[in-house]
Design a protein around this ligand. Structure first.
Ligand code: SF4
Length: 344
């Protein structure tokens, strides 16, 4: 058996878990169900805005009710969802209701995976999750006691795996955990590149960990994962390394391109980076909205390719080109004002 993937982006020894395969297609909705967690890992990647807060996000957008996840799943043409937190099992009622809604709305094949530390994964919680159709559960057993939860989960009809950060210098600890997992029949182990963020940077820096490549990946994390995967290249258990670059750039970009394919308006153009381009026109004259739509008093959103023609034909007060993310937040990436006589 060989190791597949692109060095420093993603490496794996065996076929990937289904949840990861769908993520690579940009087809997994990211469900952040609540930031509440009973643990406090020094490397925790959850931002201050979310950690220990009872907030929900669908992909990058904050949402207020479970149906918002369904709207976002439609917007991106999702084939599945990954439920994360905090520890989602602390919000078990919301999680089970949401999985039921997903399966009713999109069918049994809509693939749902969930992350948990295992701390609260009782038999009752796992049975409930399995009964509503959870397909895959990923544990982050930061304490040896939490491993019991994996053994319990394997009694139910769902794929059971481990997902942990690849911490530089912790090869021996990771090897021991994977050997244990292989012996117990765990299906896969995902090693995430350790990421530095605004919340954990002090803790990581004080342990001598700094950024290596990309924007957030910690130096030595890839090398640790590579050494570990090499040890398991002939094994049955899947060991898979996923880099921060992959998550931030490839997965997000693929998801954005998918969202554009499914939900962009006919007059919106797009870039290879997965952003949308449109022109905003302000005019008192009547604009043929064949190439756009009216979005306010005397304001139109139109196809950017017709702006030269519009300038020639109409008396325009303001004309600008905007570039935005295609998800529901419509985060503005750039704005180029081509003409402005408008005083707000
Ligand atoms: S278990 Fe997960 S969410 Fe909770 S502190 Fe650790 S890394 Fe953060």
């Amino acid at each position: 058996m060989t190791i597949s993937g692109n060095p420093e982006i993603t490496l794996y020894n065996n076929p990937l878990p289904k949840g990861c395969e769908l993520c690579r297609l940009g087809s997994k909705l990211v469900v952040f169900i609540s930031g509440e967690c009973g643990d406090s890992c020094y490397y925790c990647p959850v931002s201050s805005e979310r950690f220990n807060k009872n907030k929900m996000f669908a992909n990058e957008a904050e949402v207020s009710n479970l149906m918002d996840y369904i709207y976002e799943a439609y917007r991106m043409g999702a084939l599945g969802a990954g439920i994360t937190g905090g520890d989602p099992i602390l919000a078990i009622d919301k999680v089970t209701s949401l999985i039921r809604i997903f399966k009713n709305e999109f069918g049994e094949k809509f693939h749902v995976h969930l992350y948990t530390s295992g701390r609260y994964a009782t038999n009752d919680a796992l049975r409930e999750l399995s009964e509503v159709g959870l397909d895959e559960i990923r544990f982050h057993p930061l304490k040896v006691e939490y491993r019991e939860a994996l053994k319990k989960a394997m009694k139910y009809d769902m794929d059971v795996g481990i997902e942990i950060p690849s911490i530089p210098g912790e090869e021996e600890k990771i090897l021991e955990l994977i050997k244990w997992a292989e012996k117990e029949g765990v299906k896969f182990v995902n090693l995430n590149e350790l990421e530095l963020n605004e919340r954990n940077f002090f803790q990581l820096n004080s342990r001598g960990m700094n950024v290596s490549h990309g924007i957030t990946g910690v130096k030595g994390s890839f090398e640790t994962a590579k050494k570990v995967i090499e040890e398991f290249k002939e094994s049955r258990i899947t060991v898979h390394y996923c880099s921060s670059v992959y998550k931030d750039v490839v997965e997000t970009r693929t998801r954005f391109l998918r969202t554009i394919r499914v939900s962009a308006k006919p007059y919106e153009d797009f870039t290879g980076e997965g952003t949308l381009i449109r022109a905003i026109v302000r005019t008192n004259q009547n604009l043929d909205i064949l190439y756009g739509e009216k979005i306010g008093d005397n304001v139109y959103s139109v196809f950017p390719g017709i702006t030269d023609e519009l300038v020639k034909k109409l008396d325009i007060d303001e004309l600008k080109i905007v570039e935005e993310h295609p998800d529901s937040r419509r985060l503005k990436v750039s704005e180029k004002v081509l003409k402005s006589n408008f005083e707000p």
